[in-house]
Design a protein around this ligand. Sequence first.
Ligand SMILES: NC(=O)c1ccc[n+]([C@@H]2O[C@H](COP(=O)([O-])OP(=O)(O)OC[C@H]3O[C@@H](n4cnc5c(N)ncnc54)[C@H](O)[C@@H]3O)[C@@H](O)[C@H]2O)c1
Length: 412
Amino acid sequence: MKKIGFIGIGKLGLDCAEVMAEKHEVRGYDIYPRTSATVKVCDIDELVNESEWIFIAVPTPHAEGYDGSVPSSHMEPRDFGHDAVIDAINKVNTHAHSSKKVVLISTVLPGTTRKHFVPLLDTKHQFLYNPYLIAMGSVKWDMVNPEMIMIGTEDGDWNGIAGELKDLYDTVMQNNPRYEIGTWDECEAIKIFYNTFISAKVGLVNMVQDFAMKIGNINVDVVTDALARSTMRIMGPKYMTAGMGDAGACHPRDNIALRWLAQEYDIGYDFFDTVMHAREIQAKNLAKFMVDQSSNLPIAIHGKAYKPDVPYCIGSYSTLVGHYIKELGHPVVYLDPMADDPADVVSEIHGPHVVLWAHNRKITYEYTGDQLDTQPYCAIPTGSIIVDPWRKLRQTADGITVIHYGNTRNPT
Ligand SMILES: NC(=O)c1ccc[n+]([C@@H]2O[C@H](COP(=O)([O-])OP(=O)(O)OC[C@H]3O[C@@H](n4cnc5c(N)ncnc54)[C@H](O)[C@@H]3O)[C@@H](O)[C@H]2O)c1
């Protein structure tokens, strides 16, 4: 049993600490009051001195308006904020009476650890960069079933502390994961380009959806399913269903921040701007389609959080579509019992509406083995039109029309 501390027990840190606590003695420290049944929440001095391993899972926030829930590709590129990580490192320096193994989980851009963090840490400590591929709604499952575990060291060497961290993870992992060892900078790059590859992939399949809508006689699923089965040259089938755009607290903002890195290193082009610009115009096209369906019907978006079963509206594609619907002069309301942003959220709608079926929990979570479909968040009034960008809903009741956005061969 190892003694482990987590600095920052928020959305990511607390669940990860609790997973570790199933096998180890785990403490947590946060600047906000937190509680846990299995992690001992304590002060920073106890955490630092009672832990051999110290994981840092504090926020690396983006500036206001840079999360992707409203258009941002016209704005000046910015790096993430580093203050909380620097504060955590300073606290380790101040409180530690002996050498510690410090592991940073928080997402940062390539080059950040070497440039901004390691120079601050007392040389008696060791430092690893170890970002997680974890999604909200399935944090604990993702933690123990990762596609890979990235461990970044100063020189990309397996020996010493990287191997020790692997041994620690082997005690909790369920899927015998692949380990990728690299320099701090390589692991920063693996993590952030993993996220942005997904954004680019979603942007591409949603582009096929846009063409299907414009050209006609095309069901986007026929096209993308064929591409997804082309495993000789194109990668695996995940994220190959056109629908709502890439969203959430991580993916959009990672692209937005990489725009800053492309400028900083004078790469000469801004691929990330293109990905984000495409995402915004895809949302605008969907908004325009909703407005075109509505004539005089009001518009509702079924799902405001960036995905089903979580409250987080940060980086939400629903609100991006809603933004463009409003820009086109139409009010919009959201149906979402969990949404953490109550603006324009209603619990029911009266009379016929045009409803965007933004959430599809089966598509979102089926990789974890969960197959449950999204249930309606309220009764859908007769005379409504449901626009399903995932093309899975069947005609639900008489008097309700279902349109499969992206299928112009047989759209209902
Ligand atoms: N949430 C995810 O799905 C996810 C996935 C992978 C990576 N990440 C990364 O992990 C990091 C944390 O993300 P999160 O979603 O858990 O954020 P969060 O805001 O939910 O949690 C961060 C926690 O750190 C605490 N905190 C802030 N400043 C602190 C300080 N100086 N000292 C101690 N505690 C402090 C906050 O009170 C909060 O509880 C971010 O860099 C994020 O990009 C998040």
